[in-house]
Design a protein around this ligand. Sequence first.
Ligand code: NAY
Length: 289
Amino acid sequence: MKKLYSALMTAFNEDGSVNEAGIREMVRYNIDVNKVDGLYVGGSTGENFNMSHDQKVQVFKTAIDEAGDAIDLIAQVGSLDLNESKELAKLVTDLGYPKISAVTPFYYNYTFEQIKNYYNEIVKDVDNKLVIYSIPVLTGVSLSIDQFAELFENPKIIGIKYTNADFFLLERVRNRFPDKLILSGFDEMLLPALALNVDGAIGSTYNLNAKRAKAEMVAFDEGDIDKARELQKVSNDAISALIANDIYPSLKLVFEEMGVHAGVTKAPMSKPTPEMIAGAKKIYNDYFK
Ligand code: NAY
């Protein structure tokens, strides 16, 4: 069966400090109610790139302290400071995270040799496995199939979190690397990704929508494509509404409607406006009640 992971959000207080109790609530909800197979900690949805080093450490410690070994945990340790990535890779490995992940280094238009060196350095001193986090829409970094192959020469690099709408490349990657872990990253494209035989999916909206996404995965497995398509349609109506209402703060606002204290986003992300709060109530009523 394919695996479903929520991209864990970070609950922040109004002053931008980490709200540990909120993180614990979201971890619990994902385990107890959503029954996800795993959590992706410290990713885009987790606002990792808004956080100080100490906050990242706080999030990694809190999430695994709450989750234990109940589900799979992937810690995203990628950073523009390679030394920080290496330090975080050691920390999360010592904490017991069974997998790490790292976003492709961005901003400086690194060459592939530099990117390859970054990944090999991150895993060099840790006894852990790494999933490449490829998200060209946010990083501007697109890796080719041959570049993925070169990264996979390192046996500690075991897969890709593939957050990319390029389905031609996804099909090529799946077929060339049948034994690698390929996790799809765009929730609105879950069904086409399932059709290309990904191993599972990681996403922000599964925090709210895991049951519907799991039902879609089951329908797909059973060959009931009409049902899978209908479930994806409802999910996409919800995802469109979330995006139109500013997705990151809205995911937290809808969580609040569900009784889960998700805190607020951290600046420069938006604070909720009255319109956003009204929008989130409507999204909750329409799709998640
Ligand atoms: C993460 O938090 O690192 C992710 O899982 C990224 C995946 C998400 N992408 C972004 C840019 O947030 O879940 C998706 C995305 O929010 C969803 O598909 C709506 O577009």
